[in-house]
Design a protein around this ligand. Structure first.
Ligand code: 5GP
Length: 179
């Protein structure tokens, strides 16, 4: 798989170190609360698993699957729920865990939905943010890394369902998605 990667952007050690820091920050902010941590599937699943182990407070987890990209590297702008939450968000303090915020449309959709469902508070923790192609202005409370306008894979992020199991974030070679 490494042969399909043009460049490793964020290696395993750097990723894990930053997640340590985010865990400390989130623990401080949610002390004494019982937040509901929402993982946006499938891309955020590895990040979620590592992050929650570093949050030292009582918490609950839930999962939601949203479709936005399909197999191409461009957003369709159309967002739809593939799997909804199991728990009620009413009066809960919510932390949304995302893999990457690109156009921001997915996140804007989720935040809107949780607002309509009367969450008490909504914060966002994203591993990556790609500011170059932002369409919807969304507030992110915890950001792992800013990335350039390149298609990245690994550590949960896929191309056509592949590369999610890489332990690092890499830039995919153009010839992989141009063929
Ligand atoms: P947005 O709605 O912000 O444009 O896109 C959000 C979703 O698009 C992310 O959760 C992710 O699944 C996908 N996405 C955006 N940029 C990238 C990228 O560079 N690589 C991969 N693998 N997925 C991306």
């Amino acid at each position: 798989m490494r042969k399909d990667i043009k460049e490793i952007l964020i290696n395993e050690v750097t990723l894990q170190r930053r997640i340590d820091e985010l865990g400390v920050e989130i623990t401080k902010d949610y002390e004494g609360k019982n937040p509901l941590i929402i993982c946006v599937l499938k891309g955020a699943v590895l990040f979620m698993a590592d992050l929650v182990q570093r949050i030292d407070t009582t918490l609950e987890m839930d999962f939601m699957a949203i479709s936005s990209y399909g197999d191409s590297t461009k957003t369709s702008g159309q967002v739809r729920i593939l799997k909804d939450l199991e728990k009620s968000v009413e009066n809960r303090d919510i932390l949304i865990v995302e893999d990457i915020v690109d156009s921001g449309l997915t996140l804007a959709y989720i935040i809107n939905l949780l607002r309509e469902r009367n969450a008490n508070s909504i914060k966002v923790c994203t591993l990556l943010e790609k500011p170059a192609r932002r369409v919807a202005q969304v507030k992110m409370d915890y950001i792992g890394f800013e990335v350039p306008d390149e298609f990245v894979v690994g550590y949960g992020l896929d191309y056509a369902e592949r590369y999610r199991n890489l332990p690092y974030i890499g830039i995919l070679k153009e010839e992989i998605y141009n063929t």
